[in-house]
Design a protein around this ligand. Structure first.
Ligand SMILES: C[S@@+](CC[C@H](N)C(=O)[O-])C[C@H]1O[C@@H](n2cnc3c(N)ncnc32)[C@H](O)[C@@H]1O
Ligand SMILES: Nc1nc2[nH]cc(C(=O)O)c2c(=O)[nH]1
Ligand code: SF4
Ligand SMILES: [Mg+2]
Length: 210
């Protein structure tokens, strides 16, 4: 059981259920190849059957951690932080992003958009899921739309989602990892026929880094 005082700090975003933090290379999307410090916050109820971090789902397994300590640590490593999860927007991210930006650290988020947008972001990667669609407000804010392709219908879903984002939002199709052989081939063909899209690969998995 989390006591009242800790719960109040979590509500204010001054503590967050931290699963892991690591310095690595952004493997996906627009910022692929850029060194960044990743902060993975526990908790997600979106339920993607192919999720590659199911261990993140149960927030209770991840200890409430002081946000100031997380920020202090991040600053030792990188000038870009990627906040991911789990679904990071289940938590209030105003406090952590203010602290990071005050330390001149760029704030990036990986999100399904299924919870209200909090925080101030230099980069929002929106990766919508059919099981729990993004809330309306985030589409106009996303800098990057990244759709995971695990079957043919996902291309139709990708176009539906692309019709909701801004004109300047970058569009990516990323193969679901366990289907990568089959789907990468189809994505390559799709992108050549529909060049507003780009392909995103999970390059960190090919590189064997976190
Ligand atoms: C683990 S999620 C955490 C952030 C947030 N819950 C989300 O889904 O955007 C981080 C990124 O990995 C992608 N992802 C998760 N499992 C994947 C898989 N098996 N293959 C390809 N991409 C995957 C997600 O779509 C998301 O873009
Ligand atoms: N290297 C690396 N890049 C990533 N980009 C998004 C990731 C995520 O899990 O959110 C991720 C990740 O887990 N590792
Ligand atoms: S929304 Fe993200 S963390 Fe949650 S199940 Fe889907 S891929 Fe995993
Ligand atoms: Mg990952």
């Amino acid at each position: 059981m989390i006591d009242n005082k800790v719960q109040q700090l979590i509500d204010k975003g001054e503590m967050l259920p931290l699963m892991e933090e690591f310095y690595t290379i952004q493997g996906e999307g627009s910022h692929t190849g850029k060194a960044a410090y990743f902060i993975r916050i526990g908790g997600c109820d979106v339920g993607c059957h192919w999720c590659d971090v199911k261990e993140s789902w149960n927030a209770k397994l991840h200890p409430p951690t002081k946000t100031d300590l997380i920020v202090e640590n991040a600053g030792k490593y990188a000038n870009t932080v990627v906040i991911t999860g789990g679904e990071p927007l289940m938590w209030s991210l105003d406090y952590i992003t203010r602290k990071l930006q005050n330390s001149s650290i760029k704030t990036h988020i990986e999100t399904s958009g299924a919870y209200p947008l909090s925080g101030k972001w230099d980069w929002i990667c929106l990766s919508p899921k059919k099981t729990k669609l993004p809330l309306k407000g985030i589409y106009s804010e996303a800098h990057e739309l990244k759709i995971i392709i695990s079957n043919k219908h996902d291309f139709i879903f990708a176009e539906e989602q692309a019709s909701k984002v801004s004109d300047t939002c970058e569009l990516y199709l990323q193969p679901e990892w366990s289907k990568r052989d089959k789907m990468t081939e189809q994505i390559v063909e799709y992108v050549m026929n529909n060049p507003k899209w780009k392909i995103s690969l999970q390059t960190h998995k090919y590189l064997n880094i976190p």
